[in-house]
Design a protein around this ligand. Sequence first.
Ligand SMILES: NC(=O)c1ccc[n+]([C@@H]2O[C@H](COP(=O)([O-])OP(=O)(O)OC[C@H]3O[C@@H](n4cnc5c(N)ncnc54)[C@H](OP(=O)(O)O)[C@@H]3O)[C@@H](O)[C@H]2O)c1
Length: 337
Amino acid sequence: MRAFIMPVGCKSSGELRLVERADPRPGHGQVVVRIRAASLNYRDQSIVAGRYFGGTPDHDMTPLSDAAGEIIAVGEGTGRFKPGDRVAATFSQIPPSGPRSAPPVPLGSPLDGVLAEQVVLYEDGLVAVPPDYSFEEAACLPCAGVTAWNALMVAGRQLVPGDTVLVLGTGGVSMFALQFAIAAGARVIATSSSDEKLARLVALGASDGINYKRTPDWEKEVLRLTGGRGADCVVEVGGAGTLARSFQSLATGGKVALIGVLTGPGGDTNPQPLMRKRASLHGIFVGDRAMFEQMLVAIKVTRIKPIVDRVFAFEESVAAFAYQASGAFIGKVVIRL
Ligand SMILES: NC(=O)c1ccc[n+]([C@@H]2O[C@H](COP(=O)([O-])OP(=O)(O)OC[C@H]3O[C@@H](n4cnc5c(N)ncnc54)[C@H](OP(=O)(O)O)[C@@H]3O)[C@@H](O)[C@H]2O)c1
């Protein structure tokens, strides 16, 4: 089978190499998944550039955390799935080389990722894919979908109809948050660097769009648009560079779901407005299988489909990384295998 690898010391997606590997065999409690689609997250750009927590890879590593495919072999001690079942992998997995009792860690770093024709995983780290979802759509769910679900529906105060949700930018997490929030009866205010993208978000149901380049003090615009009240939930993907404005954007009793680092490490993170607003700040790290399955129930009822901007062929994976890094997309960039 074929797999892409990030070679030892990899510092750019241009260094990704397509290699031939032995077909994996399932151990006890494990299955082999024939990967049919994988999606990219911002995190994957940091990993391939050697900027993620662990630095550059110390061995040849397969990139990407998010994938969907079909089971082609099952090991002893399995029972949740059978060959032919359509599945998606959870973001964190029990290391396939370790015991079933080992703590789960993320795919794509430190675990080998999913940009490969076949991967072996413990069956506990899989969910069934909705029947009306293509593999390309299902591959968008594990990180971006579950993170947005956790931010809105699990962490802290749960979203209720009539709430206002602020989403920052038009990437994978923010677009899932927009869709889940609208389906839950919330008003969504969105920011973007692009008026064209904002027009698309309004067509998708956002009540208002704010261009954060032209309106750098966008927190004032959020307050104006809400009659001074503010947002009940901010889906905070910017990090240190946007956090202070997110605090200012909040309604009394609102929450900030702290997710991302798009603006880098520097910025104003003074938490004082949280006190005055009796607000809360919740750190998010994707979510577990239970959250994934809860999200799938909601997806079945609401018929939400991920926003897939563009699909690349497996052989075009380097171009897929470059396109995602360009920021020219909304939602998700997918690779078909
Ligand atoms: N903690 C977790 O569990 C978790 C899970 C998933 C992702 N994340 C993090 O969340 C962030 C988003 O991830 P993603 O995969 O959704 O990203 P993505 O799909 O790559 O989205 C990137 C988009 O973010 C927007 N953006 C960039 N700079 C911005 C800024 N200063 N203010 C507002 N928006 C900005 C841009 O949208 P426009 O072009 O519209 O301006 C850009 O296209 C990343 O930092 C990622 O590491 C964390």
